[in-house]
Design a protein around this ligand. Sequence first.
Ligand code: PGA
Length: 253
Amino acid sequence: MRRLFIAGNWKMNLLREDAVALAEAVAAKADTVGMVDFAVCPPSVYLDAVGQALRGSKVGLGAQNMYHEAKGAFTGELSAAMLLDVGCQYVILGHSERRHILGETDLDVNRKVKAAIAAGLSPIVCVGETLAQREAEETLQLISSQFRGSLADLTEDDMQKVVIAYEPVWAIGTGRTASPEQAEQVHADLRQMLKDQYNTAVADTVRIQYGGSVNEGNAASLLSQPNIDGALVGGASLKADSFLAIAIKAISG
Ligand code: PGA
């Protein structure tokens, strides 16, 4: 049985004081929501401060990106060891904003995934089609090529440390969500890819989050789908109440 996993992607929002206050509020209330794993992913300069605010709570800490090299002359980049050093357990990799705005390729994402796992982090690996790809009925093809490219050459053990996030690009920050049926179809396809590439045990273990305008109003219908194991939440993760309400709706709905 896969435990629900709700992660907040704060993106490039909040300054220190508000980030720490939000982390404290999430930490205080998350402990009252059973059967759900949580993480928050603040801007990297606040990882340390947010990590301290989360200390002793059940809320995990995640970064929004990292570089695949271990150390050296890579100005502006952060290594997996640095993320671990400030208390991260997770790192979001291959988010569509990094793929589409910052030009990350599947090969870049794959290198980062391997480095993250080797260091002991759990990567949250994002995949998702654009509106044009969906309208051209290329969704399955695109998801399958991102799956094969971003998650290439992982052992069974490696793969079980990965969380996949299906985030249709057209649903991110737009207020438009995939219908529960549209989302479930892609999640079921991803589950089948895990089974084909590995085996049933791996397919049954790996958690697949949905992301794209998830909020308290749509959480129950999305997260009650059999292959949707949680959510990667942007906008609604910037307030403790709206973030936690997603988990509460998911377990009660
Ligand atoms: P959103 O962002 O919830 O604001 O659509 C989700 C994400 O980009 O992870």
